[in-house]
Write a protein that binds this ligand. Structure first.
Ligand code: DSN
Length: 403
């Protein structure tokens, strides 16, 4: 029997089926992607998407929100529990539709237009929403048009953070907020040191753990909560939920943060996504999730080790997380051509900038690979070694004169 979608819209139905097949047939190695459980998908595809619920749980602008109120407050309770937080100290808002909106809401809460922010250089793995502007001054992120953004970089040689240098930059810039986190830094961030730096200049410390949220929840990466004033995260990466984001602030900033999310930046929250996040949080509270998080890292470390053996320049010499960053310049290749070549053999990764970048974001010098999705599918270290060998073989055949 045909499904409702198949009958109503066979074109979209067919494309979804093709995407379902692609996700099974290909190796998903983009570190910000994962496979949600059928339970998460059921919640996201539910009637909750029919309801408008501007406001906060139990304080809405529209009637008919009794069930939505219970769902959103349950999701908040689970979020605080997952990260071991005391509700008298911490407040969470689970409504931001993306990480960028979550971050912007934080700036609106803690800063005034023109205030200084200090975050990680995008080329070294930082994020657009941390105020990115080009070294020559072009303001790329809207954040950089409102706030005065400055950046710190990794050490040119080791390609990891030099906290003494970040301290020096902070003392020169005197930011009102110090930000850590990003999209392509393979090493753990030392939150205690970032706190010290923030304290030395009287700044707030915001940890954006969009990429590591599931690793922190699983207890295999250091929690920023004992050190940060604010923690933001997306929910779809290592945390294995649907698209969405969460912001955790100290109680004193709760009402300002909530006001900046709604009505400041958003309208009605995406109740179906929030429910899906709740299901993912329940899954992350189970003991199996710790095993999953540990395996994500073991797989990334196995992948990095094998790539190093095969002559790849693995940035920082390895990884503490779910991602591996490779600088391709020693092979005379660019990120774009390698990502395209790998797609042809069913390996889905993304081109990425690397420290000391000499290319452009559209055609950078690196490749970013991740293990969250493959680990969800049950792959282990031996599989990672085979994948590394396949990557090397693909690039060799590309470089050979016959190809
Ligand atoms: N697009 C995300 C990533 O791939 O890391 C960051 O926003």
């Amino acid at each position: 029997m045909s499904s409702a979608l198949q009958t109503t819209d066979p074109e979209i139905y067919t494309l979804i089926k093709q995407e379902e097949k692609r996700q099974v047939d290909e190796l998903e190695m983009i570190p910000s992607e994962n496979f949600v459980s059928p339970a998460v998908m059921e919640a996201v595809g539910s009637v909750l998407m029919n309801k408008y619920s501007e406001g906060r749980p139990f304080a809405r602008y529209y009637q008919g929100n009794a069930n939505i109120d219970k769902i959103e407050s349950l999701v908040e309770t689970r979020a605080l529990k997952l990260f071991g937080l005391d509700e008298n100290e911490w407040h969470v808002n689970v409504q931001p539709v993306t990480g960028s909106i979550a971050n912007f809401a934080v700036y609106a809460t803690l800063l005034s237009p023109g205030d200084k922010m200090l975050g990680m250089n995008l080329y070294d793995g930082g994020h657009l929403s941390h105020g990115w502007k080009l070294p020559e001054g072009k303001k790329i992120s809207f954040t950089s048009r409102i706030y005065d953004s400055h950046f710190y970089s990794v050490d040119q040689k080791t390609r990891v953070f030099d906290y003494e240098n970040i301290m020096k930059i902070a003392k020169r810039v005197m930011p009102k907020i110090l930000i850590s986190g990003g999209t392509a830094y393979p090493r753990e961030i030392e939150h205690a040191k970032m706190r010290q730096i923030a304290d030395s200049v009287g700044a707030y410390y915001m940890a954006d753990i969009a990429h590591e949220a599931g690793l922190v929840a699983g207890g295999v990466n250091t929690s920023p909560f004992p050190y940060a004033d604010v923690v933001t995260m997306t929910t779809r990466k290592t945390l294995r939920g649907p698209i969405g984001a969460m912001v955790f602030v100290k109680q004193e900033h709760a009402s300002a943060l909530d006001f900046n999310i709604f009505p400041g930046l958003q309208g009605g929250p995406q109740n179906h996504s929030i429910a899906g996040i709740g299901v993912a949080l329940k899954e992350a509270l189970q003991p199996e999730f710790k095993t999953y998080a540990r395996q994500v890292i073991k797989n990334a470390q196995a992948l990095a080790a094998k790539l190093l053996d095969l002559g790849f320049d693995v940035v920082s010499g390895g990884t503490d997380k779910h991602l591996v960053l490779v600088d391709l310049r020693n092979m005379g290749l660019s990120g774009k051509e390698v990502a395209l070549a790998l797609e042809k053999v069913g390996i889905i990764a993304n081109k990425n900038t690397v420290p000391n970048e000499t290319g452009k974001p559209w055609n950078p010098s690196g490749l970013r690979l991740g293990t969250p999705a493959l680990t969800t599918q049950g792959l282990k270290e031996k599989d990672m070694e085979k994948i590394a060998a396949k990557i090397a073989e693909t690039l060799q055949s590309r470089n050979s004169p016959q190809s």
